[in-house]
Every structure is written in structure tokens, then in C-alpha cells.
Write a new protein. Structure first.
Length: 359
């Protein structure tokens, strides 16, 4: 499926940037989740990897549940996609079931959400990790280049071999934006500290790099990571959902190798592997999805939200078991760099989608 160019439509600091366009659709007579008395049915379609993927599906579903917990009139349910061919049938099934709000998770599903929304203009939709210009679709996006920049700087500060690596699950903007920021963060450390840390797996200039072309193939993820480890990389930044656990496995089998996870705090989603997770470049999926559901319940439709360091939509996770391994100097520098990113300091060399240099 062709993926259209990625765009970021900047909103305010929260999902209050939603634009009220239409009233919500009629509620179904019965909810398909646990609470049959709920008057508003919010329905989610996952990307591949399942609802318990330890990544963006799981976090998005947590946001759906958080909305239902806050508002007992909301009932939530989901359908899982095994692959891209499931997107359209799953979306249509929720339309047929009378859902009041339908959330499609993953940038690969955005065009499918657009089509469903265009065909059903009275139903509000949302697309997670994608941008839409369809009036009844709410776009939920994250400027992950910002958090990944911090992750790259951290990796450059912590590497013992002078070589780090990143790889992705697919060559799509929600993935490559992470990779761009990571490489740029390493480059800034080299400039600021006089180091010469090398990055394997991605060239932001040519936009060429290494991918598994699959978000579920953990074996491929492990194999790629082992290749980079053999080339000297001791810190790996996989941007690949469940496939990224292959990097975690490889790190666990190679002394001195660690991983910087994505989307969620890896030590919370993979607690048994926290000993090899240096940190994570997070995005606040649960909060953004929760806010979108609550806003749709209130009759707000369309608009967009972009998570940034400034509004807390993206962040660098705690160091957990590596807390003592990261120097106070590096911690202070990361705090200073974060503020400079928020202030729009172009001298950092961060060319993120929402930075002045990228506009």
C-alpha cells in the first residue's frame, strides 16, 4: 500500500486543538464490550502485532480503557489486525456495528481510515501516527524526532565502543522520524563533546537504512541486531514494535550491549528485560487516545494533536537500572538540550517535523 507523505499539523498543547464539526453518530443499542449499558461505543482497530504488542497497540488500547474508566457512559472494544488486509474489513465491521467513534492505530492504516471516514461522514474517526485532511478524522501524531534526539545524545554519551545502531520495522515516516532524531542526537554529541561516535543502520541525508519490513518478525530483529553487534555496536535503537524485542534478546546474549526502546517505557512493558534497556524514546499514546475518545464523546470531531517535548507528548524515559551508569553531567546536559529543543534552538541540528528548520 502506498503511504502518502507525512505531514504534521501543529495544534495546541493538548487535544483541545480538536475542531467541533458534527455531532456524534447514534449510539448502538448494546455495547460490544464489558458494559452493555454504556451509551457511547468507542471502537479500536489495531495494527499488526496484536493488542498486547508491548508498544503502540497496547498503549493505544490503554488509552481507550482509561477513557472508559473516567466516563462510565463510554464502552470500548477492539478488533485485531493480523496484516494490512485486515484494516478495511475491521473498520467496516465497526461501522456496521454502529460504533460512535472509531480509532485506527498505526500510520499504515491512515488511508484506510480516510476512506472509511469519507464513506461515513456522520461517524467521527481518529488515526494514530498519521495525518488526515478528512473533516471527520482526528489526527494523532508525535514529533518523536525530539525524544529520539535525546536518545541519540544519550547513546553517544554511554557507548564504550564508539559505535551505535538503529533499524526499523518499515520505511515509513512514523519510523524514520525516530531514526532521524537518533542520528542527529549522536551528531550533536560529536560536535559538542568532540567525539566520533558512528551510527549504523540509517543515513538521514539519503533516507536509506536497514529495515525488517515487518513489525512482528522477532527473529529478523535479532539477526539484524546481531549483525550490528558484530560490527561493534553496543547500543541499539530498534524502531519496530514487537520485532524490536529481537534486539532486546540479542542484547541479553551479548555482554555490554544495551537497547533504547521506543513508544513506551521498555522497562514497564518488558520488565524482565529491564537490565538491558538503557532508556526509551516515549510517546504519550495512552493520554492522546484517551483525550480523543473523551473529546469525541463531547461531540468534538476532526482536528489534530501533535505530541512534543513541550506538551509532554514525547519524552525520554527514566534510566531505571542504568540510573547510576549515566553520569550527572550527562543528565544535566540532557535536561539542557530538552529545554533548547522546546525553545526552538536550531543550532542543535535537530530537523524534526515541528522544528523551525523543518518548516
Amino acid at each position: 500500500m502506498a503511504v502518502k507523505p507525512y505531514k504534521l499539523a501543529l495544534a495546541g498543547v493538548a487535544a483541545t486543538g480538536l475542531i467541533t464539526l458534527t455531532a456524534c453518530g447514534e449510539a448502538p443499542e448494546e455495547g460490544s464490550g464489558d458494559d452493555a449499558e454504556a451509551s457511547f461505543q468507542a471502537c479500536m482497530v489495531t495494527d499488526s502485532g496484536g493488542v498486547d504488542d508491548k508498544s503502540f497497540n497496547e498503549s493505544s488500547w490503554a488509552g481507550m480503557n482509561d477513557a472508559a474508566e473516567e466516563n462510565p457512559d463510554i464502552d470500548v472494544d477492539y478488533k485485531e489486525s493480523s496484516n494490512e488486509s485486515d484494516y478495511d474489513p475491521n473498520l467496516q465491521a465497526w461501522v456496521d456495528d454502529g460504533c460512535d467513534f472509531i480509532v485506527g492505530v498505526g500510520g499504515l492504516m491512515t488511508e484506510n481510515v480516510n476512506t472509511a471516514a469519507t464513506n461515513n461522514p456522520d461517524i467521527p474517526f481518529a488515526t494514530v501516527d498519521g495525518f488526515s485532511e478528512v473533516e471527520n478524522v482526528h489526527s494523532i501524531q508525535f514529533d518523536t524526532a525530539q525524544s529520539a534526539f535525546l536518545a541519540g545524545y544519550l547513546a553517544a554519551a554511554q557507548t564504550e565502543t564508539g559505535t551505535v545502531a538503529t533499524w526499523g520495522g518499515a520505511k515509513i515516516p512514523p519510523v524514520t522520524i525516530f531514526m532521524d532524531g537518533f542520528v542527529q542526537g549522536v551528531a550533536y554529541h560529536n560536535e559538542a563533546k568532540g567525539t566520533d561516535v558512528q551510527v549504523l543502520g540509517w543515513d538521514p541525508e539519503s533516507q536509506e537504512g536497514t529495515f525488517t519490513d515487518d513489525f512482528e518478525d522477532t527473529s529478523a530483529g535479532k539477526s539484524l541486531s546481531e549483525t550490528f553487534i558484530s560490527q561493534g555496536a553496543d547500543i541499539i535503537h530498534p524502531v519496530a514494535g514487537p520485532a524490536g524485542t529481537g534486539a532486546v534478546t540479542a542484547a541479553g546474549e551479548n555482554e555490554g550491549v544495551s537497547v533504547i526502546w521506543v513508544d513506551v517505557d521498555g522497562c514497564e512493558s518488558l520488565p524482565d528485560d529491564c537490565s538491558v534497556i538503557l532508556s526509551s524514546a516515549e510517546k504519550g499514546l495512552a493520554v492522546a487516545v484517551k483525550d480523543a475518545v473523551l473529546a469525541a464523546y463531547d461531540g468534538e470531531v476532526g482536528g489534530s494533536y501533535t505530541g512534543t517535548l513541550e506538551n509532554g507528548g514525547v519524552s525520554l524515559a527514566p534510566f531505571h537500572e542504568f540510573e547510576d551508569a549515566v553520569s550527572e553531567e550527562t543528565k544535566t546536559e540532557l535536561e539542557e538540550i530538552q529545554q533548547r529543543i522546546i525553545d526552538g534552538d536550531e543550532s542543535l541540528g535537530l530537523n524534526s517535523p515541528s522544528s523551525p528548520a523543518a518548516s
